[in-house]
Design a protein around this ligand. Sequence first.
Ligand code: GAL
Length: 822
Amino acid sequence: MKDNITTKLQVFTLLCFSVLLLQGCSGTTKPVAVRQTIVLKDGWKFAKDIDEDASATGFNDGEWQAVSVPHDWAIYGPFDKKWDMQKVAIIQNGETEASEKTGRTGALPHIGTGWYRKTFTLPEFEAGKKALLIFEGAMSEPQVYLNGKKVGQWAYGYAYFYIDISKDIIAGQPNTLAVKLTNKEYSSRWYPGAGLYRNVSIVVKNPESINQWTTFITTPSITTASATVNIKTAATGTDVHLVTKIFDAKGKLIATQKSSAGTNNTFEQNIAVPNPNLWSPETPYLYTAVNQLYARDVLKDEETTRFGIREIKYEANKGFSLNGKITKFKGVCLHHDLGPLGAAVNKAALRRQLTILKDLGCNAIRSSHNMPSIEQLELADEMGFMFLAESFDEWAKPKVENGYHRFFEEYAEKDIVNLVRVTRNHPSIVMWSSGNEVPDQYGAEGLTRAKFLQDIFHREDPTRPVTVGMDQVKQTMQSGFGALLDIPGLNYRVHLYEDAYKAFPQGFILGSETASTVSSRGIYKFPVVQEKEKQYDDLQCSSYDLEACSWSNVPDEDFVLQDDKPWVIGEFVWTGFDYLGEPTPYDEKWPSRSSYFGMADLAGIPKDRFYLYRSRWNTKDETLHVLPHWNWEGREGQTTPVFVYANYDSAELFINGKSMGIQHKNNATPQNRYRLMWMDAKYEPGTIKVVAFDKNGKAVAEKEIKTAGKPHHLVLTPDRKTLAANGEDLSFVTVSVVDKDGIPCPTATNQLSFKVTGAGTYRAACNGDATSTEIFHDTTMKLFSGKLVVLVQSTDKAGDIELEVTGDGLQKGTIKLSAKAL
Ligand code: GAL
């Protein structure tokens, strides 16, 4: 398959003016784009832990595995406790003695050395042109060779970087790129992924061109009548000028400006946009700026940047406002892995995550604890999410033996500069974070480092503030660390919010990380009590949402602060989705290998907790969610509390038609304030029904849950039925087992098998069970709490796709999807 050549221009731009009309010798005119972006997607060869040096052009990689990039070499498993087994005390979790941690980094084989090789020719390149090789993330410590020569290297696996290969490319001939990546043991607190897990591309430009990552678009003044769009950029070339064209979301040209170069070939333009449409989570309106660079009158380069017009303010005692409206962050923290896809970035998977989060009513994301992908930011811009873009989990003091502290001195500035320059034009980003719970919260050097990093952010982007997620709150109140930050971010420590607000000068507090409640989808434990660090023999956590870690809390405690303290500017809940690694409270218990923190599980299926947040955050749609399930054979007559998460203040519960009384939300405890709870309900098989009342006591909604019979047939529900035939689009098909009457069987664990035919392939499956060692990419998996998700991937052919799911003794399920040419 050919490499994916895009000009990264909107189609309309391409048609209108991205071409330079060259006079061919035959007298005909031939359009040639002034810059090309070649995404190096297919045709890579990969090998792991080989003894040889594979950098040379002539190296024989014939036997290596053929892969496409983005690629995560470790996600294919197998799960094994021996990978990256760590004997450590997790100081951040309050541990004092070292013990064996088995699933801390996901129990997947990410440690070791991986080589990627690819041969390519660049017809677009000729001597004198510029060619830049761009990595959007390479896990980790990449060493890069072109035609046998080392051309560059980096360290941090999450960093953006580029290498100028203009002098090393052989024009018109095959070139060999080889990348060596090394992942050390003890280098992460979660699953980092492994390999070239984000895009690698080459940009070819003229010698006279816009300098890489220099364009910066801001909107310094906004009124209803007009907004000023400020564009700064820098270029190389003599006698150059810049023409900027601004297009609205429909592609209509709305403003143009021509400017000559200033000192050092820099440009600054202020362009008026009349009647601006403002960007916000509710109205994610995007404009496009096309910067055209001319040398004399010849078009030499063209760069397209999407941006939004929006105003952000953080003010003492008022908090955060977006476009003049006080807005609280209803945010989630997300690690970068995509469950069964591992760290390999995939836009369809990210879009599905954000679609689920939209339904939740979430308006913000924190990319904990590292640089977000471009794909995720593009989607956040388009779908309307504010973004807290983070950089590091460690500065100079270690959390893990081989963590970022090894690179801090040499790389911290470069990593921040690249992060900011690559991503600062995304309107979704409203805040930067220079660190998470860094041990440098202690000590005078820590303060110096906090200032050093914050100053770099300010220099590169004076428009957005900087936070640090702090867990050593008492310490940072005394040392001045918290006072120094633009935004004091508290991780947990609900009991210190009030003190921190008084101690810090900023006049507001951000819940940069909250809750860390643990639960397993569809698993309920009795008796129902609030507990910390609770463990069970099956290595699951109860979905009554009352269990947390020693340092963390249940959601309701955050809600109280969010609702009662106007100076709390919002929260970022740990986490939106479960992630690979960090299986607290079972860090020492095999086979736990992924987290229990998510509001949705690793497959993206919402847990009960999702609806608790939804009942507050989604102010448009009804939430009326009842738990637990009602299949408790053997618990007849026993106390089986029923909880309701709803955006109604009262409701009545009926068990098999008998009223269990009306519950009202009240202020007795945080739980009573936000949940409706029938603590004395007794189990009897049949139907439970909840009737919800409006403010006037009128019954306005109801929900029933029934005891299911034996598993009978499978129900397949895809998130999308039509895919793009591009070899990377995905449909996420939720598979549920139901009884003969169609009632979901909530405890079913049947072993299922999957077959995809037609113009698609089977990609992976995931059931959300944090203790499962079944490999995501095998075509069989057990249901967990009656459900799992199958990922079907398009090929580059259009046509019909069929997924068939079978299980012993079950009527099979099939679903038809289709792939359409782009
Ligand atoms: C926080 C930390 C996160 C995660 C979380 C689990 O302290 O910042 O990365 O470890 O705890 O509760």
